[in-house]
Design a protein around this ligand. Structure first.
Ligand code: SAH
Ligand code: SF4
Ligand code: F3S
Length: 478
C-alpha cells in the first residue's frame, strides 16, 4: 500500500500494531461504571473545543459519570468556553447566570469552566464568578476527576497548566451529539503563530502534533463504527509534523492526509484550518490524488490589504495569498475555498477595506466567516496598536462584506445547478422529515427528497435543481 514511500510503510506497520491498543481504549469507555452521577456539558467556540468536550466526556465516563442533556439532572455542569471575541465571553457569562439558578435549586451541584476562557482568566475567574467550583484549562483535562474530588471537599479546583506535550492521543473520545456519520479528530494542539489580534496562542499554548498512528487508528475505529467522514482538526494543520521517537521517521501533513485517506476509499477526509503561509503543493497534490479527500480548503485571509496583513502579523501579503488561490484552482480545479475575515482592524482605511472586498471577488469564496475586530487583552495588537475604528464603522464595513459574500456564494451555488454531485447523507433535513441532507466534496449542504433504500452514512448522486446563497436543492439520480 505504501510501497513507494518507505516512511509511510514503516508507519503503517506501527498503525496496525496500535489499532489493538485503540480497541482496548474503546473497551474501557464502554466498561465505564455508572454509579448514577451525571454530567452536562455545553461547548462554545471552534470545532477544537467541541472535539475537546468529547475527550472530557471520555475522561468523566472513566470516572463514573454519565452524560446527560438535561441540565436539571446534572451533578456536574461544565461549560467549555471560547475567548476569541468579547462577545464569546459575554455568552459564557450569561450561561453562568442560568447555571446559578440550577445550582440554587440543587445545592451540591458543581459548576466547572473549561477551555480558553478558563485559561485566559485563571484564578481571576473564581473571584469574578462565585458559583464556579472548577477552572480547568485545555491541557489539564486528565486532572478533572482529581479536581472534582477537591471541589466535593469544599475547595475550589483549578488547573490551568499549559503543556508542551499533551495531545490526549491515547484517549478515545466519547462522541457527543453525534450523527454517527461525521466525526472530528484532533491532530494537533496549540498554535505557534502570533497573529497580533489572536488570543489562541495564550489560551492553547505551544503547537504540538499528535502521534500519527493514533490518528489513523481513531479514523479506522470510526469507520468500523459506521462513520463515513472525518475532519482533521488543528489551528494550523499544514504545520503538522510528527516524528516517531523510536525510529526518527517523520510525517508531514500531506503524508498524514495520505495515511488517513488510505484507511478506506469510502471514508471522506476533511481538514481545518489551513494557514496560507504553510499550505504546500504537496498537500494540494495529495488532495488531487485521492477522491476521498474533499475538494474544499478553508483558507482564512483575514484582510485583503498587505499593510493590514503585516500589522496582523499574518506573514503573507495580498500577492502571496492571491498566488496561493491561483495555485489551488490550478491543481484542484473544482476546489471550493472558504475564508475568515476581520473588518475594522486597527487603523484600517476605507481603501484598505475595499481591498478586502475585492479579495472576496478574486478568490470566489464559497462562504466566509466574517467578524469585526474585537480587541483581546494581552495580545500583540492590544499592546501595540490603538483599536481606533469606531464600532459604527466596523459594523458598516462588516455589513458590506457580508452582503458581497452572500452575492458571491449565491453565484457560486447557481453554477452548481444542473450538475450532479456525490453526496454523503448525514440525516434528515432541518425543515422536513421527508428530505435528507448531506454534503458534496466542496462542503456544500444539499437537501433532497428521501428515496427508498438510502439511509444516513450512504453515498448517493444528487442532481441540483435549485440554489440559494446557503443551500442547494436537488434529487437523487442514477
Ligand atoms: N487558526 C485559525 C483561526 C482560529 S480563530 C486561522 O489562523 O485561520 C477563528 C477566526 O476568528 C480567525 O480566523 C479570525 O478571523 C477570527 N478572530 C480571531 N481573533 C479575532 C479578534 N480578536 N477579533 C475578531 N475576530 C477574530
Ligand atoms: Fe490565531 Fe493566527 Fe494561530 Fe490562527 S494561526 S490560531 S489566527 S494565532
Ligand atoms: Fe475560541 Fe479557544 Fe477555539 S478561543 S476559537 S475556543 S481555540
Amino acid at each position: 500500500m505504501y510501497d513507494n514511500n518507505p516512511t509511510l510503510a514503516g508507519i503503517q506497520k506501527k498503525v496496525d500494531e496500535s489499532r489493538q491498543g485503540e480497541a482496548f481504549y474503546q473497551e474501557q469507555a464502554r466498561g465505564a461504571k455508572a454509579d448514577g452521577r451525571h454530567f452536562y456539558i455545553e461547548s462554545y467556540g471552534c470545532q477544537m473545543n467541541f472535539s475537546d468536550s468529547e475527550i472530557v466526556a471520555s475522561i468523566l465516563a472513566e470516572a463514573g459519570y454519565q452524560p446527560t442533556r438535561i441540565l436539571e439532572e446534572a451533578d456536574l455542569i461544565l461549560i467549555n468556553t471560547c475567548s476569541i471575541r468579547e462577545k464569546a465571553e459575554e455568552t459564557v457569562r450569561k450561561r453562568l447566570r442560568i447555571f446559578d439558578k440550577v445550582k440554587r435549586q440543587r445545592p451540591g451541584t458543581l459548576v466547572g469552566v473549561l477551555g480558553c476562557m478558563a485559561e485566559r482568566l485563571k484564578a481571576q475567574f473564581l473571584e469574578e464568578e462565585k458559583l464556579v467550583d472548577l477552572v480547568v484549562g485545555p491541557d489539564a483535562y486528565r486532572d478533572l476527576p482529581n479536581l472534582i474530588g477537591t471541589a466535593e471537599d469544599g475547595d475550589k479546583g483549578i488547573n490551568v497548566f499549559l503543556s508542551r506535550e499533551e495531545t490526549y492521543a491515547d484517549i478515545s473520545p466519547l462522541r457527543l451529539d453525534s450523527n454517527g456519520v461525521t466525526g472530528f479528530i484532533s491532530i494537533m494542539r496549540g498554535c505557534d503563530n502570533m497573529c497580533s489580534f489572536c488570543v489562541v496562542p495564550f489560551t492553547r499554548g505551544r503547537e504540538r502534533s499528535r502521534n500519527a498512528f493514533s490518528i489513523v487508528a481513531e479514523a479506522t475505529d470510526l469507520f468500523s463504527k459506521g462513520y463515513r467522514e472525518v475532519t482533521l482538526l488543528g489551528q494550523n494543520v499544514d504545520s503538522y509534523k510528527w516524528e516517531n521517537p523510536e525510529t526518527g521517521e517523520r510525517a508531514t501533513f500531506a503524508q498524514l492526509l495520505e495515511m488517513v485517506a488510505q484507511v478506506n476509499p469510502n471514508l471522506r477526509i476533511r481538514f481545518s484550518t489551513s494557514h496560507p503561509k504553510d499550505i504546500t503543493d504537496e498537500v494540494l497534490f495529495t488532495i488531487a490524488k485521492y477522491e476521498n479527500i474533499c475538494n474544499y480548503i478553508h483558507l482564512p485571509v483575514q484582510s485583503g490589504n498587505s499593510r493590514i496583513l503585516s500589522l496582523m502579523n499574518r506573514t503573507y501579503d495580498r500577492e502571496w495569498y492571491m498566488n496561493k488561490v491561483r495555485r489551488i484552482y490550478e491543481v484542484i480545479p473544482d476546489c471550493a475555498i472558504s475564508s475568515d475575515i476581520i473588518t475594522g482592524f486597527c487603523s484600517e482605511t476605507e481603501e484598505e477595506h475595499q481591498e478586502t472586498l475585492s479579495m472576496i471577488e478574486f478568490a470566489r469564496y464559497s462562504m466566509s466567516y466574517m467578524f469585526f475586530y474585537s480587541e483581546r487583552p494581552g495580545t500583540l495588537a492590544a499592546r501595540k496598536y490603538e483599536d481606533d475604528i469606531p464600532l459604527k464603522v466596523k459594523k458598516r464595513r462588516l455589513q458590506e462584506i457580508i452582503r458581497l459574500q452572500a452575492q458571491i456564494s449565491q453565484q457560486h451555488n447557481q453554477q452548481d445547478i444542473g450538475q450532479t454531485f456525490k453526496v454523503l447523507i448525514e440525516g434528515d433535513s432541518k425543515r422536513s422529515g421527508e428530505d435528507f441532507k448531506g454534503r458534496n466534496s466542496q462542503n456544500k449542504m444539499i437537501v433532497f427528497p428521501k428515496t427508498e433504500g438510502l439511509e444516513p452514512g450512504d453515498y448517493c448522486y444528487v442532481k441540483i435543481n435549485e440554489a440559494t446563497s446557503a443551500t442547494l436543492k436537488g434529487e437523487v439520480v442514477g
